[in-house]
Structure formats: structure tokens, C-alpha cells
Design a binder for this molecule. Structure first.
Ligand code: NOJ
Length: 895
């Protein structure tokens, strides 16, 4: 039984601590152990990498092929190498093992690549370099030149490669000679091994009393990818760690490598490289004049060692199976590197407007009347919220796609009532399917052969919430279609309601009885793949189908909202994520910020953390500070464990209640700003909640800062995350002026100290930016759709400011056909202009009710013949009720 469940049943209030003995450390995982040992051997002075490159075909310089020959003893193995110039700043490497033949015909002989399942093929098919790609050869080396000053230089023997940008080395491959491609070998034979290579447990090993049979034997792939002259690397979520990654295998950082292996980690620790629910094998390095990154396209269990020296940051990637397949990106700025990654894996989906409002969840709202009461209580307390959530207890005995009809007799009626104030319902759907005859989903999975199989080719049964369960095989196209069909319009799940959305939880998959709380790696999927090959992408492949199902439920007319716990590269196209089961403890409030920042840097901008903490009960101060921080999380949801006390915001006592209410109203006031930032993420993948280094890459001092951030490019926030904090230091990067969001007070120092009473939220508008707000209080985001805007013009010291506002219907895909408005406001030379980039007539009535100017002086203003008297303030002035349209060009001149 999962320890989590046991605690629930026994009612024990635990002292929380991760059960790290449940998870394999590197030396307990044979493939990682072998490769860390390889790294030690590679340091011997006489060590020479056994790989050389031959038969190079450079006829198409953007698509070079060759044979990578591995020589061990008197054996040689021919691997295939492909080097592709994908775009002007992206190069792709693939090493594969051709012609593999296995004794067992039921197993897939090829090595798995997640590319088909996870890349954004609508974009990838169009990618090509726009500049001439050239190849030159000299002294045993081949150089490919591409883009603006990019080069890949390949040394043939021994095989190494370098990526250069404008003449400077950015990345070195196999420079430390850690390339290791474990070719297919015969069991019980020493052929093809280096004498010092460890082959213990290569075919079978046991951990925590569970045996893993590796039918294909050892087949790890590993490589050193070093970032020359960089000091900071970021990304590779999910870990509860700092934004700037630490050294591993080191006394000053972590001793263990960062592990990418999607697991249901119970009571995770902060500041740890341990694996968590999701994995995105994308790492970015940034320095003041360039940025680079690697996307390691592999779906198997993976460890990454990070080392730092005066030469730069080293990374050693080790995966248990699959191809050695990765992309390198290089450019001047981190934003361009992330955009290049987005061109492969997809830009972020634009959420519906409601999805960026506040979500109210707990495990569980117990009945239909409970749901409607909570809904009414929000109104009673004049608190905005958009979505109420149902956790597993709403189902009939954890049989997803059914309802507990005693507690929820009329779900469609309930959905209808929520819709009256444009509120939504999210129901949880987990991928474990109760093994119970006559439960229709189970019957279908078993009868149609749609379940993941054990070694005897029977549906694999493991334990999860419902007891014995089976899992849908997302590698089987028919099973995937079936999964999507379960969300159909008109069925029991939500009838004809359109305000129903979905939460896919436990999709790592979580298997309480399985090794490391997940599915055994030897399980079999359609196509003869082992679960080992694709473990990290399983959750995403299934959530992809949830997305398809919801899209067709809405007949393509609404953007689905899905929250997923397990994710991989590309999940940004379909879902939001959250950081799982945190704790009601200040350390977890603090940790949430770097985790969400990392998620954004790894291309998953729609992310959040359980506000208030999942386990245990926050005191009022912690809960208040968490709402103040959560108001900036791109995904903003309060959630709590089944054993925790009720803590809906309206239950708080004063002064906490008012402080929480202010935080909620602040979020709703800023929705236009958030929505515009999400629009940017949908175009370029730029994070919504943005680390300082991303906006100010030229400032080395901000690279390690991960307790403050920007929303989009214009608002700077630093949540209070310490009990009893009376003041907080805030770094104001860029050297320009910042204005206090609430008072307009100008700050010009690089570092300031601001007081932090309970109600204060340190928030600043960056000088030079124009932000857009909606100030009227409403009950939900959708009810704000026609509200007028307030512009805040934060003039910089050269007298300029600019900012963009994006809006659309907030529901449909109409924006893809041009039904949106994109305005750019520019303030310069005493004039404020709206330069409309695009305006669909549907947005003609949206206007501006107030313009607040900070950092400039004027007493009157006119637009054509219309004159405006200005209200003077300490920080500048205000234009009241100008009624300018956001969808029309206009100029306002100040005097
Ligand atoms: C685990 C999830 O992380 C948590 O948020 C949820 O409440 C429980 N599963 C129960 O469904």
C-alpha cells in the first residue's frame, strides 16, 4: 500500500520526510553506476575515447551522415551518426544502432525515440535553415557553418565536436570522452566490454525487493555536453531545487546527479536533485553575451551530472535506453534559445481567460451541495474565483468517468449553476483503471487489448487508489483513441455542459505496488516497446489524448484546460502543471518560486504550486503570504490534502482575510497583463513568470537570483516567504527607474529595502513599460471580458515607455482566424499613442477608463479637439475617462 494512503487510513499526523530509500540513487541503478564509473576511467591519462567517425557524407551540408565506429578490444561496432542543421541556430545529432536483431521477436528491436509522440510536427516539418549552410574540411576535421556566425566543428578521430558562435566555443561534445553507447550484447559473454566496465546487474537487478529483468541487456547512452566559459545552467525540471543548477558529485552541491524519472514522490524534500513527477530534458546555459542549450530527446530514466570549473559548466547525460538524440541551440540571448526549443516542441497553448484566474481545490469537496455552498461563499465574501475542483472522491469507488450518485446526484445541474456566474468545474481523471469486471472502462481495456501488459502478455495489474488497477496503453493508437472518446460530449462525465475541464493526476504513472512507486520498466507496450523506453513520456502521451478528447467534446470550439502532474517536453502545448504534493511550511513556499521559474525556463510556462501547501495546515500568516505569492503563479490554485482543515479564503480571520482578498483582487486586476504574457508565451515560449537573467542577461549579478522575478517583461515582484518578515531587500536590475505598483513612488537604486507588513506585496512597474489592468471587481474572469482598462504608463529616465496589450474572446480558437486585438502603447516626446497592430471589430467597444502616468509632468492633455484636465498625483498625473478604444489608433498630447 502507498504510504500516503496508509497515513490517511490510520489518521497518523506524520513528521514529513521523503522516503528516499524508495528511489534508486545513481549507484543503485546499474546503468548510471556504469557510466559514472566510465567517467572515472576516462580521467586516466592514457584513456582514449573508442569512437571514430568514418564514411562521412557531406553532399548535403545541412544533413551529414557517417559511421561512428566504436572499437573495443578487437571488436568494432558500426553506429550511425546524423548531424542536421535544423534552423539558423539549431543543430541536431543522432547516434543510433542500425540493424539490431533480438532473439525475442515480440520485442521491438529498434531503439525508441519520443520524437513522434512529443515534437510539434506542425512546426518541425517547416523548419529549415534560411542562410547558406557550408561544409569545409581540414586536417581530420569537418566544419559546418550556418546561421549568423555559428559553426559545428567535428574531429573525426577520436570523435569530438564543438559548437561555436561568432568565433567563440560554446559547447564541447565528448571533450571529456564520456560518450558511451552500449551496443547490443550477448548475455553471459564478455565480448564488446572494456575489461574495466562493470557488467554486474546488466541483465537483471533487484531494488527494494523488486526485480527488473532487462530482456535486451545493457543499452545505455551517455555523453558529456560542456558549456564553455559559462557559469550558470538552468532547466531540466522537475526538481525541488534552486534556479541556477548546482554541481553534483560534489561536496559543495549535491552528491547525486539530477535525475529525470517521472515518479509519485511522497513528501519530497526541498533543495534536492531527486526525481519528481515530470521531466523536461532541456538545459540552458546563459552568460552576458551568448546563450546556448541542449535538448536531450530521450524518454528513458536519465541522470545528469553537473560540474563547474574555470573552463565552464560540464554536464554528463546518462540515459538507460533509447537513441543518443539531442539538439543544441545557440544565440545571443536566452530568449532566442528558448524560442528555438519552442520551434521543436511547440509554443505554449494560449489558455482560456478563466484558466488564469483563481482555482479553488481541495481533496475533497464532498457533495454537490458542498460545491455550491463554497461557490456561494465566495460571492458572499466578494472574492473572485473561476474554477472549483473535484478530487477523486466524487467518483463511484474511484472508477473514473463515473459519479458517486449519492453525493453528486445531478452533476449537470451543478455545472449549470456554476455557469450562471461563468464558473467552471474541473474533475480529476487518473489513468489507473479499477480492475473490476463490469466497470465499462476496465472491460473495454481488457477485451480490446488496450492495457499495458506484463511479461506474460496479460494486462499488468498494480495498486493505486481504487485497489487493483490496469493502465491504458498510450502507445496503442486504438487505445489512445478510446481514451480520448471517454471524454465525449453528452456522456455521464458532464452531459452537455461546456464548463467542465480535466485534471490528469497520478500519470507518471503512480503505482503504489510498483518499483519506485511507478510501473515496472519491463512492462510491454504496443509495438513491442518496453516501458523502460518511454517511461518519462507516458504521462504526456496520455494527456495528449485527453486534450484531443476534450477538444472534440467542445467540437473544437473551446480551448481545453487540462492540469497534468506528469509531463515532458511538449506538454506546454496541451496542459498546465503544478509542483505536486508540497507541504504547509515556509520552506515550500520559498521553494515554489525557483521551481516555477525553472519550469518556465524549460518551456512549461503554465505552472503553479499548491497555495497553502498540500500536507498539513498552514497558519494564517503562511496562508496569507502564500496567496500573495500565488497571485503571481501563472497557474494559481489553492489545494489541500484530505486530512487538512478547510481553508477557503473566506474562512480566514482578519487581518488575514483582507490581505488574502487583496491578493486575489490584485491577480484579477492584472489579468490583462497575465493574458498578454501568455500570448507572448504562445508566440515565443517566453516564460510568463520570468527569471531576472532572462530579461537582463547582460547583468551577471542577477543570474543566481531566484526569489524575485518579472511577470512578462514589465512587473517585478518579490514575494515575502519568511515568517515575521518586517522588510525585504529587492534588487532592481537594469539600472533604470522602477515605480512602486501601489503608490507610484520612484526607486532608482540597484538594491532597495522595503517594509513588508502583512498586507504588503513587494511589486514594481519597470520604468519604460506600460501595463494594462482591469480595476472593476467581478466574480470571475469571464465576467470581466467587456470591462474597460486602466493604463499605467511608467516613464523611464529618457521620457519613454511602451507596452503591449493582447486580447481575444478568451474562449475559442477564433484568434487563429484573426479574431483578436493587439495594441501597442507608446509614450514619447510628451505624447501617448496607441499603435494598433491588429484589431478585429469584435473588440471595438473595449475602451480605456483611466490613464495613470508615473515619472512625467503635465497639466492638460488633448486628443484632436478634445481636452482633458489632468489630476495631479505625487508620482505624476491621471487622465480620467478618456474613453479611447484599444482597437483604434489615437494620440494624446500632454502639456
Ligand atoms: C495526488 C495529487 O498530487 C494530489 O494533489 C491529489 O489531491 C491526490 N493525488 C488525490 O487525488
Amino acid at each position: 500500500m502507498h504510504p500516503f494512503k496508509l497515513l490517511v487510513l490510520t489518521g497518523i499526523v506524520p513528521v514529513l520526510a521523503v522516503k528516499d530509500y524508495l528511489f534508486r540513487k545513481c549507484d543503485q541503478n546499474p546503468f548510471c553506476h556504469r557510466n559514472r564509473h566510465y567517467a572515472v576511467e576516462a580521467q586516466r591519462p592514457d584513456f582514449v575515447t573508442p569512437y571514430t567517425l568514418a564514411n562521412l557524407d557531406t553532399a548535403d551540408p545541412a544533413h551529414i551522415t557517417g559511421t561512428l565506429v566504436k572499437s573495443v578490444g578487437d571488436q568494432t561496432v558500426d553506429l550511425s551518426l546524423l548531424i542536421e542543421i535544423k534552423t539558423d541556430n539549431t543543430v541536431h545529432f543522432v547516434v543510433d544502432e542500425p540493424n539490431r536483431k533480438l532473439d525475442n521477436p515480440a520485442l521491438q528491436a529498434s531503439r525508441y525515440s519520443p520524437a513522434g509522440d512529443i515534437l510539434d510536427h506542425s512546426q518541425v516539418s517547416k523548419l529549415k535553415p534560411t542562410k547558406n549552410v557550408k561544409v569545409s574540411k581540414k586536417d581530420g576535421a569537418v566544419t559546418i557553418s550556418f546561421g549568423d556566425g555559428n559553426e559545428v566543428e567535428i574531429t573525426l578521430s577520436p570523435f569530438k565536436a564543438r559548437l561555436l558562435h561568432k568565433g567563440t566555443e560554446q559547447v564541447a561534445l565528448n571533450n571529456r570522452q564520456l560518450l558511451n553507447f552500449e551496443q547490443l550484447r550477448k548475455k553471459d559473454s564478455n565480448d564488446g566490454w572494456n575489461s574495466w566496465e562493470l557488467q554486474d546487474n546488466a541483465w537483471s537487478d533487484s531494488f527494494d525487493g523488486k526485480t527488473d529483468e532487462k530482456s535486451r541487456g545493457p543499452e545505455a547512452v551517455a555523453l558529456d555536453i560542456d558549456f564553455s566559459n559559462y557559469k550558470h545552467v538552468f532547466g531540466i525540471p522537475e526538481h525541488a531545487d534552486s534556479l541556477s543548477l548546482k554541481e553534483t558529485n560534489s561536496e559543495s552541491g549535491h552528491s547525486e546527479p539530477y535525475r529525470l524519472f517521472n515518479v509519485d514522490i511522497f513528501e519530497y524534500e526541498t533543495q534536492s536533485p531527486m526525481p519528481m513527477y515530470g521531466s523536461i530534458p532541456f538545459m540552458m546555459a546563459s552568460k552576458t553575451d551568448s546563450a546556448t542549450g541542449v535538448f536531450w530527446l530521450n524518454g528513458a530514466d536519465t541522470y545528469v551530472d553537473v560540474s563547474k570549473s574555470s573552463q565552464g559548466v560540464g554536464s554528463h547525460w546518462i540515459s538507460e535506453a533509447g537513441k543518443l538524440d539531442f539538439y543544441l541551440f545557440v544565440d545571443d540571448k536566452p530568449a532566442h534559445v528558448l524560442e528555438a526549443y519552442g520551434k521543436l516542441t511547440g509554443m505554449a497553448a494560449l489558455p482560456q481567460a478563466f484558466a488564469i484566474g483563481y482555482h479553488q481545490c481541495r481533496w475533497n469537496y464532498n457533495s454537490q451541495s458542498d460545491v455550491l455552498e463554497v461557490n456561494a461563499n465566495f460571492d458572499e465574501a466578494s472574492l473572485p474565483y473561476d474554477v472549483i475542483w473535484l478530487d477523486v472522491e466524487y467518483t463511484d469507488a474511484k472508477k473514473y468517468f463515473t459519479w458517486n450518485k449519492d453525493q453528486f446526484p445531478e452533476p449537470v445541474e451543478m455545472l449549470g449553476e456554476l455557469d450562471e456566474t461563468k464558473r467552471k468545474l474541473v474533475t480529476i481523471i487518473d489513468p489507473h483503471i479499477k480492475a473490476e469486471k463490469s466497470y465499462f472502462v476496465y472491460d473495454d481495456l481488457v477485451n480490446k487489448n488496450f492495457a499495458v501488459q506484463d511479461r506474460a502478455n496479460k494486462p499488468y495489474e498494480g495498486h493505486c487508489w481504487p485497489g487493483n488497477s490496469v493502465w491504458v496503453d498510450s502507445m496503442n493508437p486504438a487505445a489512445s483513441e478510446y481514451w480520448a472518446s471517454l471524454y465525449a460530449f453528452g456522456n455521464d462525465l458532464g452531459g452537455d455542459a461546456l464548463n467542465l475541464h480535466i485534471w490528469n493526476d497520478m500519470n507518471e504513472p503512480s503505482v503504489f505496488s510498483g518499483p519506485e512507486t511507478t510501473a515496472p520498466k519491463y512492462l510491454l507496450h504496443h509495438g513491442g516497446w518496453e516501458h523502460r523506453d518511454l517511461h518519462n513520456v507516458y504521462g504526456q502521451t496520455l494527456t495528449n489524448r485527453t486534450f484531443d478528447g476534450m477538444l472534440s467534446r467542445y467540437n473544437g470550439e473551446q480551448r481545453p484546460f487540462i492540469l497534468t502532474r506528469s509531463y515532458y517536453a511538449g506538454s506546454q502545448r496541451i496542459a498546465a502543471m503544478w509542483t505536486g504534493d508540497n507541504q504547509a511550511d515556509w520552506a515550500y513556499l520559498k521553494e515554489a518560486t525557483p521551481m516555477i521559474l525553472t519550469s518556465g525556463i524549460a518551456g512549461m510556462p503554465f505552472s503553479g504550486a499548491d497555495v497553502g501547501g498540500f500536507f498539513n495546515n498552514p497558519d494564517s500568516e503562511l496562508l496569507t503570504r502564500w496567496y500573495q505569492a500565488g497571485a503571481f503563479y501563472p497557474f494559481f490554485r489553492g489545494h489541500a490534502h484530505i486530512d487538512s482543515a478547510r481553508r477557503e479564503p473566506y474562512l480566514a480571520e482578519e487581518p488575514y482575510k483582507s490581505a488574502i482578498s487583496n491578493a486575489l483582487h490584485l491577480r484579477y486586476q492584472l489579468l490583462p497583463q497575465f493574458y498578454s504574457a501568455f500570448y507572448e508565451a504562445s508566440q515565443t515560449l517566453a516564460p510568463v513568470m520570468r527569471p531576472l537573467f532572462f530579461e537582463f542577461p547582460e547583468e551577471e549579478a542577477v543570474y543566481a537570483i531566484d526569489d524575485e522575478f518579472l511577470i512578462g517583461d514589465s512587473l517585478l515582484a518579490k514575494p515575502v516567504v519568511d515568517r515575521g518578515a518586517k522588510s525585504i531587500d529587492v534588487v532592481l536590475p537594469g539600472g533604470g527607474v522602477y515605480y512602486d505598483y501601489f503608490t507610484g513612488k520612484a526607486h532608482r537604486a540597484n538594491k532597495i529595502t522595503v517594509p513588508t507588513e502583512l498586507e504588503s506585496i513587494p511589486l514594481f512597474v519597470r520604468g519604460g513599460k506600460i501595463i494594462t489592468r482591469r480595476d472593476r471587481h467581478r466574480r470571475s474572469a469571464e465576467l470581466m471580458a467587456n470591462d474597460p482598462y486602466t493604463l499605467v504608463v511608467a516613464v523611464d529616465d529618457s521620457g519613454r515607455a511602451s507596452g503591449k496589450l493582447y486580447t481575444d474572446d478568451g474562449i475559442s480558437y477564433g484568434y487563429e482566424k484573426g479574431h483578436y486585438a493587439l495594441a501597442e502603447f507608446v509614450y514619447e516626446s510628451g505624447q501617448l499613442k496607441n499603435k494598433v497592430t491588429h484589431a478585429d471589430k469584435a473588440f471595438n467597444d473595449l475602451n480605456i477608463e483611466r490613464i495613470i502616468v508615473y515619472g512625467a509632468q503635465a497639466s492638460t492633455a488633448h486628443a484632436g479637439k478634445t481636452k482633458f484636465d489632468l489630476e495631479q498625483t505625487d508620482a505624476g498625473f491621471i487622465v480620467r475617462n478618456p474613453r479611447f478604444k484599444i482597437a483604434e489608433n489615437w494620440t494624446l498630447t500632454f502639456k
